[in-house]
Design a protein around this ligand. Sequence first.
Ligand SMILES: *Cc1c(COP(=O)(O)O)cnc(C)c1O
Length: 397
Amino acid sequence: MTDFTKTKALFDIPAGVIYLDGNSLGPLPKDAPVRVASMMKNEWGQLLIGGWNKAGWIQQPTSVGDRIAKLIGAEENSVVMGDTLSIKVYQAVASALELNPDRKVILSDNGNFPTDLYMTDGLIRTLNDGHELRIVNSGDVEAAIDDTVAVLLLTEVDYRTGRKHDMKRLTEKAHAAGVLTVWDLAHSAGALPVDLSACDVDFAIGCTYKYLNGGPGAPAFIYVAPRHFEKVRPALSGWLGHETPFDFDIEYKAGSGIERMRIGTPPIIALAALESALDIWDMVNIEDVRAKSNELCDLFVKEVEARCPQLALDTPRNSEVRGSHVSFRFADGYAVMQALIARGVVGDFRAPDTMRFGFTPLYIDELDVLAAVDILEDIMTNALWNTEAFKTKLEVT
Ligand SMILES: *Cc1c(COP(=O)(O)O)cnc(C)c1O
């Protein structure tokens, strides 16, 4: 059984803060500043350019990728780090389309995060080859899978409602219709067990700054099923994905296996911070995380519904079809969230009216949940949110 008291002590959370926004940006692991400072002083400072060889920087995208692979049920050497999740969406969808050249439809749902849809739209414009992005309601995805579809692009857990798709069933259905799958794990990696290999997923992508706690702008990851390695032709064919980058060949030749999904110079400072976050994951069983997260979410839903009748639950009650956050809707949800943050309960807001609360057992326990609901009840019962200051929108919500 994972010792969550121990993991909680490994994070630097300001006194008086109940942090319910790990679904957007995980908190600081206490070791991260130490690790980053040491990397900067001893590696960058002392080794200079030699760090690429002597400190193994050049291998880090794949060595860190292997650490992520363990958390998402991926085979060894099938995950590589780099860039942002938006770039990885482009890379994965472009590669998947090339593997299914006779079809033109990319199927997604309206619960997907906008950047996934925007990047696909941009890709379609670049390809200029008659592709279509077909967006259906989340509940209609399964019925919309047919033999016109080239690629199914889904985010497993909806960033607004927390609704979780059935990855295994939808991937099976897609494959039966000759459709390739791209799964976005932004709200899954570190939140719940994922088994890419058992689900037979073709491509997966995700970020590391949410539940994995890698820090703001931490590098994203991409997974390619090993069966596709030799056929995948990277649309973003950067020099570090070349078979022999240091031959400085004029002609691009894709590197072996997952290496070909590398693009350019990896962010070594950010990878150092991410590695310290992953050290904590080495002490954690993801099944325990899931069980505890379900308990915390259930407790929060029960308490809020009993004590704050003004708020409408927007997340499935059944934990099997839910991720690790809970959303409530309220017309002035933005102001309520600002009032909560002013009292140390940090969640976030998604337009037009959704308040999101992430439950991350690594550093949140039952007492935190109950304390947060006490404050929320006070704010709702006494309309403490109803001030101009709380209603004034900041740039990042
Ligand atoms: C958070 C999130 C993103 C963010 O993309 P970035 O390029 O890292 O800014 C993309 N897709 C989904 C589904 C997300 O939840």
